[in-house]
Design a protein. Structure first.
Length: 704
C-alpha cells in the first residue's frame, strides 16, 4: 500500500508512523525513499511536538504544507531541522475515534500549491486501508522497538536501456566522472574516470559507501547537499578539493532511487558556479549545514528561557553575527500599536521612533502583524516601492520584518536591520521565518510566565499577614523571599498571633509544593493554628488539632510547622515542631544555639501523631530566629552543618534585628537563583518599648 500510494500520488517519499501503546509517541514503522542518515532523527516523534506528523495526530485531520516557507512559519523547529525544499502531507490513520498513527507523503518543491484530487485520494485511501488492517489484526503488528522497515523504491519506467558496454564506452568518452548512488550512499555505478579519481577499479568500488571509497568527501557541506538533493528532488552542486589538490565540481541529479553524480575538475582560474556557492553580494556564503549547526544551540536554549531579556539576548547572540545583522528589535502588539520590549544594536532615538508604531494597513509593521506574512526589503528603494509613505525610523539599508505567531495568533514582530543592502536568498528567508517561529513560542511562554508569576506572588502576598501585632517589649521583623522566577507560588508562611498583652504565638511553616494548592493549604494551616492558639491550647495541642484538620480535608500535601509561644512576663519560650528546622536562640552576651525541639511528624501524615512541647528561658536581650529550609538547604551540604553555620551569623551586639535579618538572607544559598522560598521571622526580647517593624519583604530579584 505504501509503494502504491507513493506511485499513484507522484510522491518520492512515503512514511507510516504508528502510535505507541505505552507513551504518546509516533514511531516510524515503514518508509520508502529516505536514506538511513536522514531517517534516524525522525524515527520517534512526540504527539505534542511541533511537526506536521504530530499535528495530524493531534488535530485528527490531514495537514498540508506546500513549501518550506509555510513549514518555517507553522513548524519552525522542523524547518530548521530539515532545511530543504519540499511539500508534505500528513493524514491520520484512524478507525472511528481510534488513532492508529499517521501516513506521510513528501513531494519535490516543484509541486503545485494545493493537493490534486488524485493525490488526496491516494493518501486517504492508503490511510483507510492501513487503519482497517490494524483494526482487524489481533496483534497490533509492530512492537515498535526496532529500526523501521525500509522498502526499495520502484525504479522509474523508461525506454529500453542500451547494452552496458555501449553505455560505459559512451560515458568514458565524456572525460568526466560519472557515478550513481542508492539512497544509502552506496555506489551502484561508476565510470572509469570516476574510479581513477577514487584510486580504485570499477569492480572494487561497486557496492561500497561513497564516503568509504572517498573519505575526503565526508564533510558537512557535501553531506548536506546529498541530503538536500534526496529530500527536495532538486538538482544541486558543490565543490570539493580532492587529495591531489584539484578542485572538483560535483553535480547531483536525484531521483526516487538515488543520486547520479557528474564529476569534473574546475579549470585553472575557473570560479565555482554561482548556484553552487551561492555568493551573497560580497558577503560570506553560508551553507545550510553551517546555519543549522549555528542555530541548533539557539533552539535548545530557547526551550529553557523563561524571561524576555534572556530570549532577546539568545536570539541576538546567535542570529546577528551569522547574518551580519546590524540591529534587532522585538515588538509586541498592545492597544493597536507596537511596543518595543527588547532590542540589540539600536540607539535610543531609533527605539523611540519604533515604539508606538500603529498596527495599521499600509505600513510594513502593520501588514506583517495583521497578516502573519514576513516582509523582506533588500534596500531602501524596495521599501519605498512597496510603502511610499513609510517613515524612516532607523537609518538602516535593508530589513527583514518577521511575524511572531503561536498557533496562528500574532504575538508581535521581530525586526532585523542591516547597514548595507541585503538581497535575501530563498533559504535565508525560510531560515529567518523559522527562527521567528522559535522566538515566538519562547516569547509567548515567557510572557505567560510573567503573568502567572505576578498572579502567584500577588496571591501569596495576600495570604501572608499584612502587618504583625505590636507587643511592648518585643521587637519583631519578618521577611519573605519568593523562589527564583518561574518556579511557581510557594507554601512558606509565617505569622505572629497576639495571645495577651505580654505573650504571643510565633509561627513559621512550609507547605510541600509550588502551586495554587500549596498556597491554599497554607492559608488553611494559618487559620487553624490561629484559631486553636487563641483558644488557649498548648503548642503541641495546636499542632495536633491542625494535623487532624489536614487529614480530614484529605490533601496529598504535607506541611512542616514550628510553633513557639513567647511569654515576656514569665520570660519563657514554649515550642512544638512538626518536622520543621529547629529555631535558633541567641541568649544575651552569648553565642547563638540550636534549640533541640522534639520534631514530630509532618502535618497531614498520621491522624494519631502527637507533638511534644519544650520550654526554655527567654530572658531580656535574647533573640529568637525562626526560618524555613530555603535559608539553609543546599544540595550536597549536610543540613545540620548548614544550620550551625547560620547560627554563627547570629552575632550579639549587631546594629538591630532588621540589619541582622538582611545579613542572614545575604548568606542564604543560591542567593541569585534559589529554587525554594525563604521565610524568616526574628523576635528580640527588649526591656524598653520596641519600635515595631511592619512585615519586611525582600524583592523578587533577591536584594533587600
Amino acid at each position: 500500500m505504501l509503494l502504491q500510494a507513493v506511485r499513484e500520488s507522484g510522491a518520492h517519499i512515503g512514511v507510516v508512523y504508528l502510535l505507541s501503546e505505552t507513551e504518546p509517541v509516533l514511531v516510524m514503522d515503514v518508509e520508502v525513499g529516505l536514506p538511513a542518515q536522514i531517517v534516524k532523527p525522525w524515527t520517534r516523534v512526540r504527539v505534542n511536538a511541533g511537526t506536521p506528523v504530530a499535528a495530524a495526530a493531534q488535530e485528527r485531520r490531514l495537514v498540508w504544507v506546500p513549501d518550506h516557507e509555510d513549514l518555517a512559519r507553522r513548524f519552525p523547529a522542523t524547518a530548521l531541522a530539515a532545511p530543504y525544499s519540499f511539500a508534505i502531507a500528513a493524514a491520520p490513520i484512524m478507525t472511528g475515534s481510534r488513532l492508529w498513527g499517521v501516513f506521510l507523503l513528501i513531494w519535490p518543491e516543484s509541486h503545485a500549491c494545493d493537493l490534486a484530487p488524485h493525490e488526496r485520494q491516494a493518501l486517504i485511501l492508503a490511510s483507510d486501508k492501513i487503519a482497517a488492517i490494524l483494526q482487524q489484526s489481533v496483534d497490533r503488528v509492530p512492537s515498535l522497538a526496532g529500526e523501521p522497515r525500509v522498502l526499495a523504491p520502484a525504479p522509474r519506467r523508461g525506454p529500453e536501456r542500451h547494452p552496458e558496454a555501449v553505455v560505459c564506452g559512451y560515458l568514458d568518452q565524456l572525460h568526466v566522472g560519472c557515478l550513481s548512488l542508492d539512497l544509502e550512499g552506496r555506489i551502484t555505478f561508476v565510470s572509469a574516470a570516476a574510479a581513477e579519481l577514487f584510486d580504485g577499479d570499477v569492480t572494487a568500488l561497486l557496492g561500497r559507501p561513497l564516503w568509504e571509497a572517498a573519505p575526503w568527501l565526508k564533510d558537512p557541506l557535501f553531506e548536506d547537499r546529498c541530503r538536500g538533493a534526496v529530500v527536495s528532488q532538486r538538482a544541486t552542486s558543490c565543490v570539493a578539493r580532492s587529495p591531489d589538490g584539484r578542485m572538483m565540481e560535483f553535480r547531483m541529479y536525484p531521483d526516487p532511487c538515488g543520486i547520479s553524480l557528474r564529476i569534473a575538475p574546475l579549470g585553472v582560474g575557473q570560479q565555482a558556479p554561482a548556484h553552487m556557492t551561492e555568493p551573497e553580494s560580497g558577503r560570506e556564503a553560508r551553507t545550510r549545514a553551517e546555519v543549522f549547526y549555528s542555530f541548533l544551540p539557539l533552539a535548545v536554549a530557547l526551550t529553557r528561557a523563561l524571561s524576555v531579556p534572556e530570549i532577546i539576548d539568545l536570539a541576538a547572540d546567535h542570529v546577528m553575527p551569522v547574518f551580519k545583522v546590524k540591529a534587532m528589535a522585538i515588538l509586541i502588539a498592545e492597544g493597536g500599536r507596537m511596543r518595543v520590549i527588547g532590542s540589540r544594536g539600536y540607539g535610543q532615538d531609533a527605539l523611540e521612533r519604533l515604539d508606538g508604531l500603529p498596527i495599521a494597513p499600509g505600513t510594513p509593521a502593520g501588514d506583517v502583524a495583521r497578516t502573519g506574512e514576513p516582509a523582506f526589503f533588500a534596500d531602501v528603494n524596495e521599501l519605498r516601492r512597496r510603502y511610499p509613505q513609510a517613515e524612516e525610523c532607523d537609518r538602516m539599508a535593508a530589513w527583514a520584518c518577521l511575524p511572531l505567531e503561536v498557533n496562528d495568533e500574532g504575538v508581535g514582530i521581530c525586526l532585523l536591520a542591516f547597514d548595507e543592502p541585503h538581497p535575501f536568498t530563498v533559504e535565508e528567508r525560510a531560515t529567518f521565518t523559522a527562527l521567528a517561529g522559535l522566538v515566538a513560542h519562547a516569547l509567548d511562554r515567557a510572557l505567560r510566565y510573567d503573568s502567572k508569576d505576578r498572579l502567584a506572588h500577588s496571591l501569596q502576598k495576600a495570604l501572608l499577614p499584612r502587618s504583625l501585632p505590636e507587643i511592648s517589649g518585643l521587637a519583631v521583623a519578618a521577611w519573605y523571599v519568593p523562589a527564583t522566577r518561574g518556579v511557581g507560588i510557594g507554601g512558606d508562611f509565617y505569622d505572629l498571633i497576639r495571645l495577651t498583652d505580654t505573650s504571643a504565638a510565633a509561627v513559621i511553616g512550609d507547605v510541600q509544593g509550588h502551586n495554587m494548592t500549596a498556597a491554599a493549604l497554607m492559608g488553611q494551616v494559618r487559620t487553624a493554628i490561629h484559631a486553636n492558639a487563641v483558644a488557649g491550647a498548648s503548642p503541641g495541642d495546636v499542632l495536633k488539632h491542625t494535623n487532624r484538620l489536614l487529614i480530614d480535608v484529605d490533601t496529598e500535601l504535607f506541611t512542616s510547622c514550628l510553633l513557639v509561644y513567647v511569654d515576656l512576663q514569665l520570660r519563657t519560650l514554649r515550642a512544638a515542631s512538626a518536622g520543621h528546622p529547629p529555631p535558633l536562640l541567641r541568649p544575651p552576651n552569648m553565642p547563638a544555639e540550636i534549640i533541640d525541639v522534639p520534631a514530630g511528624l509532618l502535618l497531614g501524615v498520621d491522624p494519631d501523631a502527637d507533638y511534644s512541647t519544650l520550654q526554655v528561658p527567654f530572658p531580656p536581650g535574647a533573640l529568637l530566629a525562626l526560618y524555613t529550609d530555603g535559608l539553609v538547604e543546599t544540595p550536597g551540604v549536610d543540613l545540620d552543618h548548614a544550620i550551625a553555620n547560620l547560627a554563627g551569623h547570629l552575632v550579639y551586639g549587631s546594629p538591630g534585628i532588621e540589619q541582622l535579618g538582611r545579613t542572614l538572607l545575604d548568606h542564604a544559598p543560591h542567593t541569585s537563583q534559589h529554587a525554594d522560598d525563604i521565610a524568616l521571622l526574628l523576635l528580640e526580647h527588649r526591656v524598653r518599648p520596641a519600635v515595631h517593624r511592619i512585615r519586611g519583604e525582600r524583592p523578587v530579584e533577591g536584594r533587600p
